[in-house]
Ligand binder design. Structure first.
Ligand code: SAH
Length: 280
């Protein structure tokens, strides 16, 4: 694959589209993302993370390169070079490009080279993990907030964003990039006030056909359960007071579908309850 060492300015540049490939199932790319691949002159994909099956949408003659052995500079240089040759160039990223990717680092040199850039969102692995386990991140009156975070590995966490501090909110927390640090995740959740018997969910390769694994446990035993399943990569750790709600006999129901509640699209069919809340 041709690599150049430094970005250069191009005239008559094509557009580079940063496309979210989704979490793994090739059918979870958006229609827009798939159509862009289908008309791309060149596609750069994150080989270790994006399902190569997505390349089936690429047209014959499309230049395809895997970024897994490239530096950021090489990736930018490759995209700039291809944008000089093709109208449509796709950079395919795992999940959604706005979460834990290299979007900004690669966009900056493209901006500097005058190459137009667009982003197409994707289904994040956090959402695919909830879907795999039939879980809702939010439940009325229980938790209405979701935190996407990670723990410090080689990348330090910014001031005020330790998992221990975030855990004190008691809301749903999706921990990315941290399965090899599961012991630390458990310790920080406990230090932040979560009980030993709090339910935890780990989803490995959510949505990947034939490869997905769902592991449920408590803070006390999740590490041992994941070891038993040999889960050491590509996993989402989810802590939430809403986990397992599918099997609860009593739920505080969403007011939006409450028969006593009138809103923009439906009149109450039974007398209203006393509430000042507006459904969303
Ligand atoms: N932009 C991606 C995240 C990239 S960071 C997104 O929106 O999903 C990579 C991390 O995402 C992994 O360490 C893992 O925590 C998570 N991840 C990616 N794909 C996954 C999948 N199919 N199942 C579970 N977790 C996944």
């Amino acid at each position: 694959m041709p690599h150049t060492d430094s970005p250069h300015c191009v005239s008559q540049a094509g557009t580079v589209w940063f496309v979210g490939a989704g979490p793994g199932d090739p059918e979870l790319i958006t229609v827009k993302g798939r159509d862009l691949i289908a008309r791309a002159g060149a596609v750069l994909f994150a080989g270790s993370l994006v399902n190569e099956a997505a390349m089936r949408w690429a047209p014959e003659g499309c230049t395809i390169a895997d970024s897994k052995d490239m530096t950021l500079e090489q990736m930018a240089a490759w995209l700039i070079e291809q944008a000089g040759r093709h109208d449509t160039v796709v950079r395919l990223q795992t999940g959604d490009p706005a979460l834990y990717g290299t979007l900004i680092e690669v966009v900056q040199p493209l901006d500097a080279a005058g190459v137009p850039v667009h982003v197409v969102p994707g289904v994040s692995s956090a959402m695919a993990s909830a879907a795999a386990a039939v879980e809702s991140f939010t439940l009325p009156e229980l938790t209405q907030t979701v935190i996407f975070t990670r723990v410090a590995g080689r990348t330090p966490m910014p001031e005020g964003e330790s998992l221990e501090a975030l855990a004190r909110h008691g809301c749903t927390i999706c921990v990315f990039l941290s399965i090899t640090l599961l012991g630390k995740v458990v310790r920080e959740l406990m230090a932040g006030g979560w009980a030993e018997d709090a339910p935890i969910l780990v989803v490995h390769k959510a949505s990947w056909p034939g490869e997905e694994k769902i592991v449920r446990g408590t803070l006390a035993d999740i590490a041992q359960r994941c070891r038993a399943e040999r889960i050491v990569s590509q996993a989402m750790i989810i802590a939430s007071p809403a986990l397992g709600a599918r099997h609860w006999p009593e739920l505080a129901k969403s007011k939006l579908y409450d028969a006593r509640f009138t809103h923009r699209f439906r009149r109450a069919s039974v007398p209203p309850c006393r509430t000042s809340e507006t459904p969303t």
